[in-house]
Write a protein that binds this ligand. Structure first.
Ligand code: G3H
Ligand code: 13P
Ligand code: ZN
Length: 341
């Protein structure tokens, strides 16, 4: 059956992940809710020649309106192609539109009908049997349209859409073969110590270094390796992978914010993960922090300013810089589709 996403110029994650696995990097999955975010993501990924997954939660879909979203994604592809023409690029970056944390079959179906090329069905909060059943139902439907599906095993701590998990439950390597073969998923999100949101770890879970700075617990690479042994070559996804930039936290607090001390996933650990079978790394909170810092700075330094372009513009610029840094120095996804910045 023909799928709408192909007409829009989007791709599913199959070839993207195969290349990422072979060349040992991870594809960035950046969440967006509005125009400035999608512009920054596209500009950064075109200029660094990185593949990209434009990621939409159900909350984002409601916020931006599902019809508008479909056209924003279509506009993003057109914008990327125009930029590539102007830059004289001889290859196109692949762009995926992905549902983040889909919680029902109906939501996944609706997204596929409105042009998504990839969906996540997150059944990780259900029993193992119900997770298998729900994931399999989504896979059977999605694959008719050549849409790829991400499943999840194990629970991440933190907030994702309507679900708040107090504690994480690491993925059990002994379950992955059964889950992947019974459901037919194309990629698997796992829990190895990352968590959602800007407040990932309780201070008592961390230690302090000589300078008194919080140091989070190291990710469970032993679990990742055990999973890789069970399903060699299978595409693994890491959620909750924001690094919580300390300069953004400091700027927010300097200009009237009130964020508590916090720490994210260290970049060197994400770099290490990106070189393994982790093919997709999800980042949302870092963008929120960087945007907020830029906007607060304008409001504090230019209190008479009231043109949204004058504060959303700097926020967009700061986001673009951040995404480029991630592609180049953390995920290793820069320069994979021609020579870029
Ligand atoms: O994992 C959750 C994502 O960061 C999306 O967050 O549901 O607030 O849009 P949201
Ligand atoms: P962060 O909250 O760490 O950015 O994670 C985002 C995410 O996993 C989206 O699915
Ligand atoms: Zn997530």
């Amino acid at each position: 059956m023909s799928a709408l996403y192909k007409e829009i110029g989007l791709v599913n994650t199959k070839a993207m992940f195969a290349k990422a696995f072979k060349e040992q990097y991870a594809v960035p999955a950046y969440n967006f809710n509005n125009m400035e975010q999608i512009q920054a993501i596209i500009q950064a990924c075109v200029e660094t020649r990185s593949p990209v997954i434009l990621q939409v939660s159900s909350g984002a879909r409601k916020y931006a309106d599902q019809t508008l979203l479909r056209y924003m994604a279509e506009g993003a592809v057109k914008m990327a192609r125009q930029m590539e023409k102007t830059l004289g690029c001889d290859q196109e970056i692949p762009i995926t539109l992905h549902l983040d944390h889909g919680d029902t079959f109906e939501l996944c179906k609706s997204c596929i009908e409105s042009g998504f090329s990839s969906v996540m069905i997150d059944g990780s909060h259900h029993s193992y049997e119900d997770n298998v059943k729900l994931t399999k139902q989504v896979v059977e439907y999605a694959h008719k349209f050549d849409v790829t599906v991400e499943g999840e095993l194990g629970v991440l701590a933190g907030i994702e859409d309507k679900v708040v998990a107090e504690k994480s439950t690491y993925t059990r390597p002994e379950e992955v073969v059964d889950f992947v073969s019974k459901t037919g998923v194309d990629s698997l999100a796992i829990s190895i110590g990352t968590s959602h949101g800007a407040f990932k770890f309780k201070p008592e879970m961390c230690t302090r270094n000589a300078q008194g700075i919080l140091v989070p617990p190291t990710l469970r690479f032993d679990i990742l390796e055990a999973i890789e042994k069970k399903i060699p070559g299978f595409s693994i996804v890491l959620h909750g992978s924001s690094s919580v930039p300390q300069d953004a936290i400091a700027t927010i607090n300097k200009f009237g914010g009130a964020l508590k001390e916090t720490v994210g996933i260290p970049e060197e650990q994400l770099r290490k993960a990106a070189k393994s079978s982790v093919c997709k790394i999800n980042i949302d909170s870092d963008g929120r922090l960087v945007m907020t810092a830029a906007i607060r700075k304008v409001f504090a330094e230019s209190p008479a300013e009231f043109d949204p372009r004058k504060y959303l513009g700097p926020a967009r610029t700061a986001l673009t810089v951040m995404y480029k840094e991630k592609n180049k120095n953390v995920l290793g996804s820069a320069g994979r589709y021609g020579k870029g910045e």
